[in-house]
Design a protein around this ligand. Sequence first.
Ligand code: SF4
Length: 321
Amino acid sequence: MKISEGCNHRCSFCIIPSIRGDLVSRRPDAILREAEKLIEAGTKELLVISQDTSAYGVDIRHQPRMWKGEEVRAHMTDLSRELGKLGAWVRLHYVYPYPHVDQVIPLMAEGLVLPYLDIPFQHASPKVLRSMKRPANEAKVLERLRSWRLIVPDMAVRSSFVVGFPGETEEDFQYLLTWLEEAQLDRVGAFKFEPVSGAAANTLPDPVPEEVKQERYDRVMEISARISAEKLAAKVGKTIEVLIDRVDEVPPPEEGADRGHFDAPHPQHHHGIGATGRSKADAPEIDGEVHLRDAGHLSPGDIVSVKVEDSDEHDLFGVPA
Ligand code: SF4
């Protein structure tokens, strides 16, 4: 669900504000009405998107509107709470860590909003962030992450990072790696900086050579894959909720083939009906999946308890509990 268009920031690598203009927020009652209709039609999960979800309503001065007999402000906290009351999974994307995001964390603890935040940090070095002109670029973000996890221990954080931004030194890059070790993010996407026609960053001095960008990219991905694998491995043996996306036939393994994660102790589990879904920590298409065996009784859209049996760098493997 798109809650606004445009953006008031001017990140130096981005041309979205010049294409889409400044932030224009939708009315909260219009968003909630649309969400309600989607849920009535069978939608199980709402993906809240915008260029900057934390800035929702700034342009309309957080003006309240009536919704079900009560005033709801055009504000991220109010909107998230009301969306959560509609009963579907609510997943927040593109959240910048402004101080008021602290108010959304208790909604996760209450189960109204998924314990998931997609925060596009892009870098950690204060110098690079300044040069990128990134919003909510404050030094205390690691402390905030820590305090959020005290309230919502199973909160999953996804982020994306740019390596090889003009002027990024080995020292800046090392800062990012150390930061990643401390932040323990669940999911990380990385990109090598590429100039976009019309972006201010194109005129910045000290471009990073392609081979250095590649090498930094590989190092970020290596650390992130390890952290992701460790965090997923910690879920083995636990029971989690999974939203089923598809149900499919698992063919019997060929003679002598590695049965991989379905190498279960019970012979009848080698093939049959499997299903693929996502946990609360997995946004569709960008995060991992949960692969289920013995799932013939399930249908897409079901939300089921799953005992996690195995994990790899991206995905979990389990069986309906
Ligand atoms: S990258 Fe920066 S300028 Fe571009 S849309 Fe996101 S917050 Fe706005």
